[in-house]
Design a protein around this ligand. Sequence first.
Ligand code: ARG
Length: 465
Amino acid sequence: MNNPSQQYTWDGVFSEPVSYIVKRYTASVHFDKRMWRQDIRASIAHARMLARQGILSENDLADIERGMALVEAEIESGRFEWSLDFEDVHLNIEKRLTALVGEAGKRLHTGRSRNDQVATDIRLYLRDGIDCLLDLLKLFQEALVTLAEREAATPMPGFTHLQVAQPVTFGHHMLAYFEMFWRDSERLRDCRRRVNRLPLGAAALAGTTYPIDRESVAVELGFEAVCENSLDAVSDRDFAIEFSAAAALCMTHISRLSEELVLWMNPQVGFIRIADRFCTGSSIMPQKKNPDVPELARGKTGRVNGNLMALLTLMKGQPLAYNKDNQEDKEPLFDTLDTLTDTLAIFADMMGTGITVVAYRMKEALHAGFATATDLADYLVKRGMPFRDAHAVVGSVVKFADKQGVDLPDLTLPQLKEFSPLIDEDVFFALTVTGSLAARNHIGGTAPEQVNAAIDRARKRLGAE
Ligand code: ARG
């Protein structure tokens, strides 16, 4: 029965309006309205399919397309009035469409439900978000490669346990991050394939009684295929969880890099300077310049990791099929998308143009940590000493040098010979940073020659994407 006083979508069966606080509690329009473009796109594709299948008249389709263009213009210009009364982005747009074009607007929801509608919108939104992230990741990786190339032969101490371990080049260190972010982009690309499936047609949960053609909607919306099972299509959010996990890993990598940037910028370390436009000052200490960007990125990793946990927890207790719990998927997902997008954009710029390497400080640090001790052991091994014995001999050499307050290459040949007669004049090249770096000359090693080859390969990989 058509009740002319019907104000809300489901007033038919209800005998009193929902209380204001419940309306506010259950509404999602204030955060899901950002999916309006996807909602309109999907609705038009749905309406076109209905018309192709003879479920909707050509006139109704024309009205819907005309109306949606008006709705789009209203939203774009900020004139659209979003209303809590219509709960979410889907009902807000449908109500406005109906107000603008009448009957046809009321026919749009034929053969679909908000359950498959929202699942479609999120997938479209996330797909766009992933594409944007992939572009940014590429820029960021290009920045890392450019920085690596500039500093391909710049020696710095490599650390284990945050103690000076062996010399590496700054370029090699940057390429380590390139590899992490490369895997992050692989994960995003892989996850995109599973995001890119069409739920529409699942309707509320069981499919629909109309002779729909889901494949054609999938093609129109650029989906790789349709979701195979209607119950699964409307209920599972594993694609969002998977994305959040990939994003959390990516932020975790950014956080590791951030930790190093903060450390390196500390004046007591002084390996790098970060351009002023990425730093802020203190309101009380006039001398302060703080690496706020990496600190904040490190901090924001917490919320992105938390968003992953929120989505996993959201899903774990849900019986099939759709439950309103799923409305809670959007804020964590959007927050992760926003956070990672901004972070990558800033880091691409900062690593590309905002980092100055202070080579002499890294050299000083190298000479204070017996960084070439392993090279001395390797030298003895190459002259026939078993590695374990060489390890012990070099331990004594280091102890001696430490007592003298000098680095290994500063010892004299007679002093060194005291420890092993195998040592000759040519040991001094092995003990230099240059010799140490050059000796690690195999794929994945830190020799500048290898770093340059790795840069070439990295560029090729980026180009072939
Ligand atoms: N706003 C809802 C969401 O985000 C849309 C689907 C609502 N479906 C329902 N049966 N109440 O999930």
